[in-house]
Structures are given as structure tokens and as C-alpha cells.
Write a protein that binds this ligand. Structure first.
Ligand SMILES: [Zn+2]
Length: 323
């Protein structure tokens, strides 16, 4: 039964693909549950399997979720004046992360103003670079930066297999191919974005200004960023000298170990947003954990720092940490 529904769903998707250039986001609609229950995937499919794509007001009311426009998240959506497009795809990256003051009665005074949640995707070379900027004092998502990244040292065939293997099953390979840019260009654009927010730049060279990266584990900044910089023929930028590993803060604050994002979400009774392993969604989920920890009264502190004269070496600042 489930198979036939999904098959119908695929047929109507093909019809949709024939008239819309936004094929990948449409596919996310199929791949991404609006809530963490699988049954909603089927409902979402059923809602578009009819020949006339009329939206049920009931479903619309029950399910405000729409697939995110991944052109928009990268500042590349050209259909912002198209009501049909706006109706089909979400153009608000942070509505799922809105918090209320009622949740923040234990919020403590932070030493940092902004927390930049970063979650890289891509094991061989980086494929996605998403950052959510969270105000440490209000817990609100202030802005975000998202780019798909084009590997620089890969044959076309290997690249296609790599992207298909990573994003094909999530239905976002088309948007990846449409938008991915080299890592060097991603960092240049990211630096302009940080300068705009006065987080880094000519005024504030060196480390981030009253801000810090927040990652789930040490891999992203300790391992992957330097590796990718080397592959891309770049010097490691100064803003990647220190970071907060949320798992270490979690261990010291709640006095229990969490092996990863999914464990932290589960233990804090938070639903998984979007699709696991789509970087922008993983960053949202890590931000959700961060918001809860801030609301519970956790102090966000740097957990790891490179030795200035020996950037290959990293000093871990918490005695009690995840190894
Ligand atoms: Zn759009």
C-alpha cells in the first residue's frame, strides 16, 4: 500500500518537474517529513498526488510546513515575486527556531553576543557550508549563511557520483549542481557576511568579535576545515582558531554524555527538524539544542583552541570532555 502511494506520488512529482525548474525542492517535499513522524510523509505525498494540485485547507491548517527553497537560503532565488512559488516553498529559514521569553527564565549572562552554529557536510571534500547566527542573549536566530560547495580536486564523474550519493536520496542534487561554488569563494562570501555583522573583518582581524562557532563535535573545525583549506590551496583563516563543541558543554552542564546530535535531541525531548544530513537542517537541529541549553541556563564557553604558533595542535579547555 505504502509503495503504491509513493509510486503515485512519484508520478505526480514527474508532472510537476516538467513545469517547474525547482525540481529539487519539490523532491524535498517528498523526502522531508513536516514532523518527525513518518506518517506525515504519506499525507504530504497524498496532498499532491491528484491531477489538479489543489491544496486541502484542512491539511494546510494542520501542516504549515513547506519545503525550504534552497535557492533562497543561498541568496539565489529568482522567484520571490511569484505567488505560486512562494506558496509552495518556505522562504523563512528560522521560523522553526522561534523561541519565546517564557522559555528563557534560566538564561544566564553570556560572555559572547553571538553563536555561529556550523555543520559541514561532505567527508571527501566539503559539499555544504551552513551557518546559523544565534543571539546568545535572546536565543533568536538573527541571520544565516548557506552555500553548497563545489569540490576542487575531483573528476567530473567522481564528483557526480559523490553528489548523487550524498544528495540524490535527499532530492537536492539538482539545486546543488545549480548553485555550488568553490570553497575559496564560499569563504570569501562568508567573510563579507561576517563583516556585515561586525563579527570579523578589517575592524576585527584575528578571532571572531564577541562571537564563537558552535559545532557538534570537533571534526568540522579541527579536522575538516584545515583539510579543505589545504586541498583548496588556502591558508587556514584566523577565525577558525577556536570553537565551542556543544557536546562538551552538554556533558559538563547536564552531567551526561551525548554521542551526537540525535542523542541530544532525544534526551531533551526535541523533535528532529527537516532531513538529517542536509547540512542546513542539521545546523537548525544543533541550534535547537543550543537554544534549549541556553534556556536551561548553560554558559557557552570556548572548548577548543589551536596553539597560535602551531595551528596543527589543538588545546582542549574542558577537563571533562567527549573523546
Ligand atoms: Zn525561492
Amino acid at each position: 500500500m505504502a509503495f503504491s502511494r509513493l509510486a503515485l506520488c512519484g508520478t505526480s512529482l514527474l508532472r510537476f518537474l516538467a513545469v517547474s525548474p525547482l525540481t529539487t525542492s519539490a523532491a524535498i517535499c517528498l523526502a522531508r517529513p513536516p514532523f518527525p513522524t513518518r506518517s506525515f510523509v504519506i499525507h504530504a505525498c497524498l496532498s499532491i498526488q491528484t491531477s489538479t494540485p489543489v491544496e486541502s485547507p484542512y491539511l494546510k491548517k494542520m501542516n504549515p510546513w513547506k519545503p525550504m527553497c534552497l535557492y533562497y537560503t543561498q541568496g539565489k532565488c529568482t522567484k520571490m515575486d511569484d505567488p505560486i512559488h512562494l506558496d509552495k516553498f518556505s522562504h523563512n529559514c528560522s521560523w522553526e527556531l522561534e523561541t519565546s521569553f517564557a522559555e528563557s527564565k534560566h538564561l544566564c549572562s553570556q560572555n559572547l553576543d553571538f553563536l555561529l552554529v556550523l555543520d559541514l557536510e561532505g567527508k571527501v571534500e566539503v559539499l555544504e557550508f551552513p551557518v546559523l547566527m544565534v543571539d546568545a542573549n535572546t536565543m533568536q536566530v538573527v541571520d544565516f549563511f548557506h552555500r553548497f560547495v563545489r569540490p576542487s580536486k575531483m573528476s567530473e564523474q567522481r564528483l557526480n557520483e559523490y553528489v548523487e550519493g550524498k544528495y540524490g536520496k535527499l532530492g537536492v542534487d539538482r539545486v546543488w549542481h545549480d548553485t555550488a561554488i568553490p570553497f575559496k569563494q564560499v569563504l570569501e562570501e562568508f567573510e563579507a557576511w561576517m563583516a556585515h555583522h561586525r563579527l570579523w573583518g578589517n575592524e576585527f582581524p584575528g578571532a571572531l568579535n564577541r562571537a564563537a562557532f558552535v559545532t557538534c563535535g570537533n571534526w568540522d573545525i579541527k579536522t575538516k576545515v584545515p583539510q579543505q583549506c589545504k586541498v583548496s590551496g588556502m591558508k587556514l583563516p584566523s577565525y577558525f582558531m577556536e570553537w565551542i563543541n556543544l557536546k562538551d558543554v552538554y556533558l559538563n552542564f547536564y552531567k551526561r554524555r551525548a554521542t551526537g546530535m540525535a542523542t541530544m535531541l532525544k534526551e531533551l525531548d526535541l523533535p528532529l527538524l527537516g532531513t538529517h544530513h542536509l547540512g542546513i537542517d542539521d545546523a537548525k537541529n544543533i541550534a535547537k539544542v543550543l537554544q534549549r541549553m541556553l534556556a536551561d541556563g548553560a554558559l557557552m564557553q570556548i572548548t577548543a583552541r589551536r596553539i597560535p604558533n602551531d595551528p596543527q595542535s589543538v588545546e582542549f579547555l574542558f577537563e571533562n570532555r567527549i573523546r
